[in-house]
Write a protein that binds this ligand. Structure first.
Ligand code: SAM
Length: 154
């Protein structure tokens, strides 16, 4: 049993590398939806993931729809600055799919419209448009892990 992180068309290799390390440390699946803004042998990607890539449960997909078709019974929770609901008000469940958008544009209006009831946002103040992708993913994932009693190894 584990959470799933879905990155839709990620562009910056260091962000995906950081998230891969977080996934490896927590037993979380990582789903990368193409097109990716980097080659999978990118040095920055590898460096950010350190030598933990072998421990990542990794899948590639050609579209977000492909993820949904494969995991028909999955619950997809979408992180977006455009949500009303705070991520801390979500009751996370083991096996949830936590979905994040690309660095420049976020999730498309079409994808957001498919899941109007499961959008969540991280609170922000000031003129900042958004948080860094890998920070947003880690914050949401660890809230889900906290709620579901993840203890890790001592
Ligand atoms: C760098 S942000 C995308 C910024 C994009 N300009 C936008 O406005 O959506 C990359 C991804 O991180 C997540 N993210 C960043 N900040 C967030 C926030 N405050 N609330 C929810 N998700 C956030 C979202 O999934 C977003 O698609």
């Amino acid at each position: 049993m584990a959470f799933h992180i879905v990155l839709v068309e990620p562009e910056i290799p260091a962000n995906t590398g950081n998230i891969s390390r977080t996934c490896a440390a927590t037993g979380t699946w990582l789903h990368l939806v193409r097109p990716l803004g980097f080659h999978t042998d990118d040095r920055t990607l590898k460096r950010a993931g350190l030598d933990y890539w072998h421990a990542v449960k990794l899948e590639y997909h050609d579209s977000f729809q492909e993820v949904k078709d494969k995991y028909k019974h999955g619950r997809f929770l979408l992180a977006t600055t455009k949500a009303d609901k705070l991520y801390t008000d979500v009751a996370f469940q083991d096996e949830d799919f936590l979905v994040f958008g690309k660095e420049t544009k976020g999730l498309s209006p079409e994808i957001l419209a498919q899941h109007p009831d499961t959008l969540m946002r991280l609170p922000m103040t000031g003129d900042v448009r958004s948080l860094n992708l890998s920070n947003a993913a880690a914050i949401v994932l660890f809230e889900g892990l906290r709620q579901t009693g993840f203890q890790g190894l001592s």
